[in-house]
Design a protein around this ligand. Structure first.
Ligand SMILES: *[C@@H]1O[C@H](CO)[C@@H](O)[C@H](O)[C@H]1NC(C)=O
Ligand SMILES: *[C@@H]1O[C@H](CO)[C@@H](O)[C@H](O)[C@H]1NC(C)=O
Ligand SMILES: *[C@@H]1O[C@H](CO)[C@@H](O)[C@H](O)[C@H]1NC(C)=O
Ligand SMILES: *[C@@H]1O[C@H](CO)[C@@H](O)[C@H](O)[C@H]1NC(C)=O
Ligand SMILES: *[C@@H]1O[C@H](CO)[C@@H](O)[C@H](O)[C@H]1NC(C)=O
Ligand SMILES: *[C@@H]1O[C@H](CO)[C@@H](O)[C@H](O)[C@H]1NC(C)=O
Ligand SMILES: *[C@@H]1O[C@H](CO)[C@@H](O)[C@H](O)[C@H]1NC(C)=O
Ligand SMILES: *[C@@H]1O[C@H](CO)[C@@H](O)[C@H](O)[C@H]1NC(C)=O
Length: 669
């Protein structure tokens, strides 16, 4: 209640005050100088010719009608005459000041016609004045006559309209004539000496100041773009001029404009004027709108094309950005700081390019550790194999990369050279030398491949043995391969065997819970103690190498369920042949008699020795290499070991310590 009872009182007073003040203001402007129009709605200007006040309140002196080649004139004058002089003062008039915002919108940029003029004239009606270059001020017969009593400041956009015009973009002082007394190209001074050109018909709003000092007889004319709302310190034109012979006591003030064949719309957006004082400031924030781009004409006919072009550009940019984004996503990798510590790191982009985007066509094979792709490094042209290992967890990646990159420093002619690595999310990409002839197992078991000769087989086995020895004893730390098998033996162009995937098995250790170390290996190659201890040892590698020896010599897999029961396990089969004194029976029958008896016997017996269930009964890799090179006699070793073993178990017991139950538990892993 208190609220509603109190509030109307001050606001009523405010409204009354407001009405009083605005009434006073209106009567002041309509009564004469000074006046200000921040727009021209309800302005009561005297408009003749094509001049109108547009809906938003802009004063448009000429319209865009181009039907008549003679053009139009448009005039707008303040409705009342203003007193410009005191008849008692013979030699001078009053000072005056005017300020206005204008815009010239030409149908064709920079070729409009003809301009407009701030005009002081004895009449608000100039019916005999002509359009075109006479700017609606005079006609041919009256041009230059002192009887005109016309003073004008022209903003001329037509070059050569009169003798003194410098170009089609100038400001001039006119006395009784369109032939200017003084002109300057349109410009404004940014400081005392530097000027900036202004294009009068750019369509942009421009501000003009016209100041006449009646005492000193000097007219100053200044223009500036609205981006410089303060009057430039130095006027564009400062011209001495005595207007007292020209101006009568009462004169009309306003604007005159004309068009010809080439069309321009001339707009006055705001205007203020004062006699013997400075023109009131204009409210630049409330300027009426006007069409900057003409709705008809050549420009608008181009509009559909420009919008089509714009649409095309936008679409192109959108597609390009999408493609760039896709590319970025394909190649993107978040490189963690630690990765930079390890050498041989490849950018993902390079591997992506090398493998043609990990294309299925480039797939060399899929194994326990992941997929292998063939690739050609774009930087060097080197053929590589890229192994994509997915761990499923980024945890442990750092430790593994540390090991892998240290393994990358290993150099041995029987190890597939690791060229580098790359991590991308949970994937680890390992880059190896490409091995032309693929893996050993395809040569052993693929009927399409040429049969490997005994010479080649023996060379491969010796090579792998020395590669494995290097892993076990030749490196600064013991490296257990953990997955020796025929498919991990790769062959180069000269059929040299090279061990691949060394150290990879550890990857799973790092990624998994350390308490439940996963047993890694391949059935038939896995040492029996692994299923109990889960501990990877060099002697477990020796066991696997034993299986490889037998596999290569016999040309069959370690376990083959298609064979009769006593032949399922290659070890059992070779041992049986050995016990029957016909160990060479076990040699790959495809070789016929094309093998070296001593070498074959050596390989088969060594295979059995390495395949013993008791790890301590197996030879070391050093011994294996010595036996293969015949640097040491294996018979001594066999006897020694059998003697030693026979204390608790017979030789047969040792070998036959693969009980069927063990086999089953292995296969169910
Ligand atoms: C332009 O002005 C002239 C003279 O007032 C008038 O006859 C003509 O219709 C106008 N044209 C347009 C398009 O407004
Ligand atoms: C409008 O101007 C005319 C003269 O052109 C004048 O007679 C009239 O009183 C003015 N009206 C207003 C409201 O100022
Ligand atoms: C004033 O006018 C007279 C005659 O018109 C002229 O002789 C004289 O020089 C003028 N004085 C000034 C200051 O212009
Ligand atoms: C020029 O203007 C004068 C006076 O305003 C008029 O008498 C004369 O007829 C006009 N001439 C033309 C060609 O319009
Ligand atoms: C300049 O103005 C004077 C009058 O002040 C006039 O006599 C003269 O012809 C005008 N024109 C030129 C081109 O100077
Ligand atoms: C503006 O500057 C240019 C060169 O800087 C000069 O040629 C031109 O006359 C100047 N315009 C005005 C109005 O001073
Ligand atoms: C005209 O400009 C000059 C030079 O900048 C200045 O000295 C003078 O006061 C100005 N006169 C008026 C009336 O603005
Ligand atoms: C191994 O690869 C080389 C080079 O491609 C080839 O010349 C050779 O015939 C291959 N060897 C076998 C046994 O396929």
């Amino acid at each position: 209640m208190a609220e509603t009872g109190r509030s109307p009182f001050p606001s009523t007073i405010f409204i009354i005050l407001h009405l009083l003040l605005s009434h006073l203001f209106v009567s002041a402007t309509s009564g004469g100088s000074p006046f200000v129009f921040n727009d021209f709605r309800g302005s009561n200007l005297t408009l003749t010719g094509s001049a109108i006040v547009t809906g938003p309140g802009a004063l448009r002196l000429t319209n865009n009608s181009n039907i008549l080649s003679s053009g139009y004139t448009g005039h707008a004058f303040y409705p009342m005459p203003l007193r410009f002089r005191d008849p008692s003062l013979v030699n001078r008039t009053f000072s005056f000041s005017s300020r206005f915002i204008f815009a010239i919108v030409s149908e064709m940029q920079n070729s409009g016609c003809c301009g407009f003029a701030f005009t002081v004239a004895p009449s608000s009606d100039l019916p005999t004045a002509v359009a075109g270059n006479f700017m609606g001020l005079v006609n041919k017969s009256t041009d230059g006559k002192p009887s005109n009593h016309i003073f004008a400041v022209e903003f001329d956009t037509l070059s050569g309209s009169s003798a003194n015009d410098p170009d089609g973009n100038h400001v001039g002082v006119d006395i009784n004539s369109v032939t200017s007394n003084f002109t300057e190209p349109a410009a404004y001074y940014t400081d005392e000496s530097t000027n900036q050109t202004i294009n009068l018909q750019s369509g942009e709003s421009l501000q003009a100041w016209i100041d006449y000092d009646g005492v000193s007889g000097l007219i100053n004319i200044t223009i500036a773009p609205l981006s410089h709302p303060l009057r430039p310190h130095r006027p564009l034109i400062s011209y001495p001029l005595n207007l007292s012979p020209l101006l009568q006591e009462f004169m009309y003030v306003g604007f005159s404009s004309s068009t010809k064949l080439l069309i321009s719309e001339h707009y006055i957006l705001a205007w203020s004027f004062a006699i013997n004082g400075e023109a009131p400031p204009l409210d630049l924030s409330k300027l009426p709108r006007y069409p900057k781009i003409k709705p008809t004409g050549k420009t608008s006919r181009l509009l559909p094309y420009t919008s089509t072009l714009a649409l095309f550009l936008v679409t192109t940019i959108a597609i390009a950005s999408y493609l760039l984004y896709r590319r970025w996503r394909l190649y993107s990798e978040s490189v963690e700081e630690w990765e930079l510590d390890y050498p041989h790191r490849f950018p993902y982009k390079e591997l992506y390019r090398a493998t043609k985007g990990f294309r299925e066509k480039e797939l060399l094979g899929r194994g326990g550790f992941g997929s292998v792709y063939k690739g050609v490094l774009p930087s060097s042209g080197l053929e590589v194999a890229v192994k994509k290992v997915t761990n499923g967890a980024t945890q442990g990646m750092r430790e593994f990369v540390a090991e892998i990159s240290s393994l990358g420093r290993m150099r041995h002619r029987n190890l597939v050279q690791l060229q580098g690595w790359c991590r991308r999310g949970e994937d680890l990409l390992l880059v190896y030398d490409f091995m032309v002839n693929g893996s050993l197992d395809t040569f052993l078991f693929n009927q399409q491949k040429v049969l490997l000769s005994w010479k080649e087989r023996f060379k491969i086995l010796k090579g792998i043995a020395s590669g494995l020895l290097y892993l076990h004893e030749g490196w600064e730390q013991v490296v257990v391969h953990r997955d020796i098998k025929a498919s991990n033996v790769l062959l180069d162009a000269d059929m040299n065997g090279k061990l691949s995937d060394f150290g990879l098995a550890k990857f799973y250790d790092h990624g998994s819970n350390p308490q439940t170390t996963r047993v890694v290996g391949t059935l038939g190659y896995m040492a029996p103690e692994l299923s109990q201890t889960g501990k990877a040892t060099t002697s477990a590698d020796v066991f696997s190498f034993g299986a490889l020896l037998l596999e290569v010599a016999c040309g069959r897999r370690p376990m083959d369920y298609k064979k009769s029961e006593e032949e399922v396990m290659v070890v059992d089969w070779v041992l049986m042949c050995w016990r029957r004194g016909r160990i060479l029976h076990a040699v790959d029958e495809r070789l016929g008699m094309n093998y070296v008896r001593e070498e074959a016997e050596l390989v088969l017996k060594l295979g059995i020795l390495c395949s013993q269930a008791a790890p301590e009964a197996r030879p070391s890799m050093m011994q294996v290499v010595q036996f293969l090179k015949r640097d040491a006699s294996m018979e001594d070793f066999v006897v020694e070991n059998l003697v030693m073993e026979s204390d608790c178990r017979s030789f047969e017991q040792v070998v036959l310590a693969y009980p069927s139950s063990d086999r089953l538990s292995l296969s169910s892993l």
